[in-house]
Design a protein around this ligand. Sequence first.
Ligand SMILES: [Zn+2]
Ligand SMILES: [Zn+2]
Length: 239
Amino acid sequence: MEGKRKILVTTAWPYGNGPIHLGHFTGMVLPADIFARYHRMKGTDVAMVSGTDMHGTPIALKAEEEDVSPEKLSKKYHKIIKKSLEDMEASYDLYTKTTTDNHKKTVQTFFNTIKQNGFIKNKTMEMLYCENDERFLPDRFVEGECPYCGAEDAKGDQCDSCGRTLDPLDLIDPYCSICGETPEIRESDHYFLKLSEFEDKLEDWIEDKSGNWKTNVINFTKQWLDEGLEDRPITRDGI
Ligand SMILES: [Zn+2]
Ligand SMILES: [Zn+2]
């Protein structure tokens, strides 16, 4: 006899830099919640998990704005987000946060395993640096014009207008999100995930996904693979 089927349902982890609104709920939670409830009704063992991302530049930026520590800020919004999800009766089996011991241990295990398997490398990269604030400006610490669609408020990691993933150095006329000054280019050492080595494997892997993936998701993934996967920095300068 076959063992009982198990399904893991994961949703995006919201940043603890503000409350969630209905748009978050319908985009991030609702489809997954319906999927999880449906499979539970069919008797499948479902674990639906997510949590608040307590780290990252959006939190550092907002903390600066509110003049509190990033830790205090993300704790405040984690409580608010968690309460909203409970009030909306989202059926998470676990809604946690990235500062728990379990989360840290899991991330370290992932990192060490990938590193042992040779898929992490050290590389010097060019970064934008604000002389005025005496700090490097990773992703959202820098804004400017999108090189693809020309939107004027593109962020260093992504353009909200056209959805393209960006590198801060791609931006036209970049400026520091904190003080508005034009940053300069400096070199900095970082760990990179060797994503390029997974290109062929991923191309094979998505081949049989047409049955249960939405067409636009498949096309988006294929387009990404066609453009060629680039190794991705997974560390940030101290913020
Ligand atoms: Zn754009
Ligand atoms: Zn600055």
